[in-house]
Design a protein around this ligand. Structure first.
Ligand SMILES: [Zn+2]
Length: 60
């Protein structure tokens, strides 16, 4: 679940409005907008550090 940093509404990542594709952030926008107030929240951080390291290795 993501808790909106603006209004405090909790929503599933799938419920939010994803990747605007317009803001020109490198690698594509990964922010998730709150369905209530449209505030941009950072995506849910699920992966622990060790798992992230493995993902980084796989990407290379
Ligand atoms: Zn909100």
């Amino acid at each position: 679940m993501i808790r909106c940093g603006y209004c405090g509404h909790e929503f599933a990542e799938e419920e939010g409005i994803r990747s605007c594709g317009k803001c020109g952030k490198p690698g594509g926008c990964r922010m998730v907008r709150c369905p209530k107030c449209f505030y941009e929240n950072p995506p849910e951080a699920k992966a622990p550090k060790t798992l992230r390291k493995v993902i980084d290795l796989l990407k290379k």
